[in-house]
Design a protein around this ligand. Structure first.
Ligand code: ADP
Length: 481
């Protein structure tokens, strides 16, 4: 199949979260399976710095954006056979230090930046010489491309248009802008209503994708059911229920070329057959963080964006109780300065037990996965979650709240005593998290059982081949619509 993916972030070029990992791995896996794959993404400053050898494409774009006309250059990279990355270069929109905002505040021109990006995606979908059959959009930043394509198909009268799939990586981020920004789309007002892009008087870029794509997916089966409920539907559950027949939950894979303790260049290698390297990683991490390098102390890690979704409030409240026990905890978290500072304050209170690193640090995230004994992920909701899958592969036992993809990927002893590979709790509360931590300590005190959990964890398989095959099946529904 000929597939054009579009995403506002793609690993290894740009990344703030799991979206980048998912799109980068899906593109690579589809290409390896023999499909022709293109991937459109903005040319951010970070891409320019790390990938200076980009090739210009002879396909300059000049597209309207409200009353202005904006031109873009397209650059390409071919990282592997059958795969081309198309970088959309508009320096005034994308050549910036951060992807979406600065210091936790969104850039004020994000409507222009991503409406333009969505237009560029729709344009490339129709003008690339290899005529993509399928366009796969991801999240609100590309949602409007579904409407641009639908509108073009309607007004062109003839010609074949690609099928469109939109993946919801997180329904909580909708790309809502004042209605006054809608003219940037240069579309008739007939789409600005409750059956189109309007969401309570505002323009919703995500809703455009939900309404006008042929098929919709989310990144885990459980999340695909959760978003049909008022509790996790973010006001879009009614619409999603009407599109239920076109909505599929496909669990993300884990990229084992990057997240494999045997080959990971950031760590001392190890495998399920020999945990010597894991013990060494723990010792090195303890030393790096200035914590006592004691192999007997259970070591907890957590990595993630410090936002409400990730359970930051219950985690913060649980820290003092956790510190009553003989354990160590490292948190790598990217959040507002205020939130990072609150966690950092624990390092003064509990200097031999608690370590905090703010900001984004890819290498350290690998060292934590490898060095910790347990991984804490107390999310309020979690569309898929990747770190628990990485933790499993690294023999680092995940402690998760049973929601979304966390529930789909981790097996608690109460579900299956033989296959158990993690610890789950249900209530969204500090007490429930603290209790799960105490269970972890009990498990740690039983070395044979703990070892069995590790073996089970490391044998869990979330390889991308299965995930990519599931996407092809969904694409077929859209192409043969
Ligand atoms: P989300 O996409 O909601 O942020 P996921 O668990 O799906 O959450 O994916 C998060 C990805 O981002 C993982 O690869 C994780 O390792 C990485 N990550 C998150 N925060 C940081 C950080 N502060 N430093 C390094 N990597 C991080």
């Amino acid at each position: 199949m000929r597939i054009l993916l579009a995403s506002s972030e793609v690993h290894p070029y740009s990344k703030t979260g799991g979206l980048a990992d998912m799109v980068g791995a899906l593109a690579k896996t589809l290409a390896r399976a023999g499909h022709q794959v293109g991937l459109v993404t903005p040319l951010y400053a970070v891409v320019r710095e790390n990938f200076p050898q980009l090739n210009p494409l002879e396909l300059p774009l000049e597209l309207p954006l409200g009353p202005q006309s904006v031109s873009a250059k397209i650059y390409t990279l071919n990282p592997s056979p059958n795969l081309t990355i198309y970088f959309v270069d508009v320096p005034r929109f994308y050549d910036r230090p951060e992807l979406y905002g600065y210091n936790g505040v969104d850039y004020p021109d994000n409507a222009e930046r991503f409406i333009f990006f969505s237009k560029a995606v729709a344009y490339l979908a129709c003008h690339l010489p290899w005529s993509p059959e399928m366009v796969h959009l991801n999240d609100w930043q590309t949602g409007l491309a579904a409407l641009f394509l639908r509108h073009q198909a309607k007004t062109a009268g003839q010609g074949s248009f690609p099928g469109v799939c939109l993946t919801i990586h997180n329904l909580a981020y909708q790309g809502l802008f004042p209605s006054g920004q809608y003219p940037l789309a240069n579309l008739p007002w007939e789409y600005f209503n409750v059956d189109g892009v309007e969401f309570y008087g505002r323009m919703s870029c995500l809703k455009a994708g939900l309404v006008f794509s042929d098929v919709l997916t989310t990144v885990s089966p459980r999340y695909s059911r959760e978003i049909l409920t008022p509790e996790l539907g973010c006001g879009l559950d009614g619409l999603l229920r009407t599109r239920q027949n076109a909505l599929f939950g496909i669990l993300n894979g884990s990229d084992y070329e990057i997240w494999n303790p045997l080959t990971d260049p950031y760590i001392q290698s190890y495998s399920a057959a020999d945990f010597t390297g894991k013990a060494r990683n723990k010792e090195l991490l303890q030393m790096e963080l200035g914590l006592p390098a004691d192999p007997s102390i259970p070591f907890f890690g957590s990595i993630g964006r410090l936002v409400e979704q990730k359970g930051v409030d219950i985690m913060m409240a649980a820290v003092p109780e956790m510190m009553q026990h003989k354990l160590q905890f490292v948190l790598l978290g990217n959040g507002t300065p205020d939130c990072e500072a609150k966690f950092a304050a624990f390092t003064n209170r509990f200097p031999s037990q608690f370590a905090m690193r703010g900001g984004y640090d890819e290498a350290l995230s690998h060292r934590i996965e490898a060095g910790a004994d347990f991984f804490v992920m107390p999310s309020r909701f979690e569309p898929c979650g990747l770190n628990q899958m990485y933790s499993l592969r690294y023999g680092t036992i995940p402690i998760v709240r049973a929601t979304g993809g966390l529930d789909d990927t981790v097996i608690d002893v109460r579900e299956d005593a033989e296959k158990a590979n993690g610890i789950k709790f249900h209530d969204y509360s500090t007490q429930a998290l603290s209790k799960a931590v105490r269970k972890a300590l009990t498990l740690y005190a039983e070395p044979e059982l703990f070892h069995q959990f590790r073996i089970n964890a490391m044998s869990a398989d979330f390889s991308w081949d299965r995930t990519a095959a599931a996407y092809i099946n969904v694409y077929k529904r859209a192409v043969h619509k």
